[in-house]
Design a protein around this ligand. Structure first.
Ligand code: HEM
Length: 537
């Protein structure tokens, strides 16, 4: 058996049990036959043609030919780390989840990513960052598949292919948007005004994290927590970095991308390797689970809205520490499969229409990306809980299932404690009442697209506002279609007139007046949104 690997802090590295050291004295075929020569093909004569019968040649080249799997359709560029989550027990009164009870230690695997770049792209573009955490709890896997920006571009998953097509490289030239024209991205976000909030975060320093260790993370959607009695609250999940929130300057990010495109994955690897273990506080904003699912007038099902921390403070419920680098990038970071539907008893989804679409998309894409239906058996995806799923066969089946009755309940394979009713420790959906007509519409409470972007801009410190103005000016200067630039400037006028005027001046265009038909609220600024507190040194 392979020796158990341990991290710098002595914590076992999960994948070790299945590592293949391949350090034997001999080279062998995949089926274990020792080989004498791996440098010369078998030929008919020294100067003759290569023989088809050379199994070693064919096996070696065939396997190499199939080394690549499709990269993720989004979030292709990523870096992962093992770690541990320790609950402080503060959520135990809200959720029956075993891993949230006091002092429970849960192994985790975390993958950080950019969204739009391909697997070989640079680490520091202006982009949202993925912040995906797999908790291997005693009750099954819980995945929190979040981002470093607390809102999303769209309110309905049906638009996800559209926003991603608009942001990915142009189809004719395959030139990434960030380096050339920005027409399709700005066309999309100016036509779909719900995208204005995420976009202004992308124009801020938040889209240029100094290090993956200095990013906040957000679950974005609202989730249910369910206690022992079945009582529920609504929550939003937050990760707060112990090292504080820090960003690069735009010029710095550009230079980094040129000089060291692997800067952030190197920084994360080195920090863990040297024992400077990155850490985050896990927290929740808690809201009563009311019938209208709103809090202080904010629709909690709308993923383009935040709830300011001044209205609902983030309550710490535990600490995440990254303790070990992966042993093998492909086996772990590339093959890990996150899914917002990986839930455990005590946590459930809500009807946020973006989240509902995600519940379909991840499994669907992983069926292709990871080659069939058995990727849950890949070591990095295996739960640390017993599995009795009655799923059988299929490509890459590694289990040798025993028994004669691959269904439950059955009366043939011994005792079967499964009932249609409540089994001990079972996941139960929150029994929310549902009724309504079938419609392709969203509620009116999803309609305000400008008040929170205004609140965000006005919450920033002056230097952060300057960065936002410079980012809009630079990005919109790359747009070649006048109608797209003008439409976006009209939206900036609704967000903040000074923002609009300065960007328009930078573009050499007249600043439009705000559309009087669009009502925008002057919400109180949220100091928690500023990275640099005005006046602080
Ligand atoms: C991948 C976050 C919305 C489809 C990811 C990843 C993250 C993420 C962090 C990378 C996971 C990893 O490291 O492997 C989010 C957040 C969203 C969002 C926070 C909104 C709040 C959506 C929507 C869809 C979607 C609406 C589709 C309807 C995908 C797909 C992948 C992905 C297909 C690739 C998964 C894979 O290949 O394993 N997302 N996403 N996402 N996301 Fe999302």
């Amino acid at each position: 058996a392979a020796p158990e690997l341990r991290s710098a802090t002595g914590r076992p590295v999960r994948a070790a049990a299945t590592t293949r050291a391949q350090q034997g004295a001999f080279l062998t075929t995949a089926t274990g036959t020792r080989l004498r020569d791996t440098d010369h093909s078998l030929k008919a004569g020294r100067r003759g043609p290569v023989l088809l019968q050379d199994h070693h040649l064919r096996e070696k080249i065939t396997h190499f030919d199939h080394e690549r799997i499709p990269e993720r359709v989004v979030h292709a560029r990523g870096v992962g780390a093992h770690g541990v989550f320790v609950s402080n027990g503060a959520a135990a009164k809200l959720s029956r989840a075993a891993f949230l009870q006091a002092d429970v230690e849960t192994p985790v695997f975390v993958r950080f990513s950019t969204v739009l770049g391909s697997r070989g792209s640079a680490d520091t573009p202006r982009d949202t960052r993925g912040f995906a955490v797999k908790f291997y709890t005693s009750e099954g896997v819980f995945d929190l598949v979040g981002n470093n920006i607390p809102v999303f571009f769209i309110q309905d998953a049906i638009k996800f292919p559209d926003i991603i097509h608009a942001g990915k490289p142009e189809p004719d030239r395959e030139i990434p948007q960030a380096a050339s024209a920005h027409d399709t991205f700005w066309d999309f976000v100016s036509l779909h005004t719900e995208a204005q909030h995420h976009t202004i975060w992308n124009m801020s320093d938040r889209a240029l994290p100094a290090s993956l260790r200095t990013m906040e993370g957000f679950g974005v959607h609202t989730f249910h927590l369910v206690d022992e009695a079945g009582d529920t609250v609504l929550v939003k999940f937050h990760w707060k970095p112990a090292a504080g929130v820090h960003s690069q300057l735009w010029e710095e990010a550009q230079l980094t991308a040129g000089g060291d495109p692997d800067f952030q994955r190197r920084d994360l690897y080195d920090a863990i390797q040297n024992g400077a273990l990155p850490s985050w506080t896990f927290g929740v904003q808690v809201f009563p689970d009311t019938e209208d699912e709103t809090f202080e007038g904010i629709d909690l099902l709308d993923p383009t809205k935040i709830v300011p921390e001044e209205l609902a403070p983030v309550q710490p419920i535990g600490t995440l520490t990254l303790t070990a680098n992966p042993t093998n990038y492909f086996a772990e970071t590339e093959q890990v499969a996150f899914h917002p539907g990986h839930l455990v008893p005590g946590i459930d989804v809500t009807n946020d229409p973006l989240l509902q679409g995600r519940l379909f998309s991840y499994l669907d894409t992983q069926l292709t990306r990871l080659g069939g239906p058995n990727f849950d058996q890949i070591p990095i995806n295996r739960p640390h809980a017993d599995v009795s799923d009655m799923l059988r066969d299929g490509f890459h089946q590694h289990a040798v299932h025993t028994g004669v009755a691959p269904y439950k309940p059955n009366s043939l394979d011994g005792g079967c404690p499964f009932h249609a009713g409540v089994a001990d420790g079972a996941f139960l959906e929150v029994p929310s009442p549902v009724e309504g007509e079938k419609v392709r519409e969203h509620p009116a409470s999803f309609d305000d697209h400008f008040s929170q972007p205004r609140m965000f801009f006005r919450s920033l410190s002056p230097i952060e506002q300057e960065h936002v103005i410079a980012a809009y000016t630079f990005e919109l200067s790359k747009v070649t279609w006048p109608q797209v630039r003008e439409r976006q400037l009209a939206h900036l006028a609704l967000i903040d007139e000074r923002l609009c005027a300065e960007v328009a001046a930078g573009l050499g265009l007249p600043a439009p007046t705000p559309d009087p038909d669009v009502e925008v609220q002057d919400l109180a600024p949220s100091p928690a949104l500023a990275q640099i507190v005005p006046g602080a040194t």
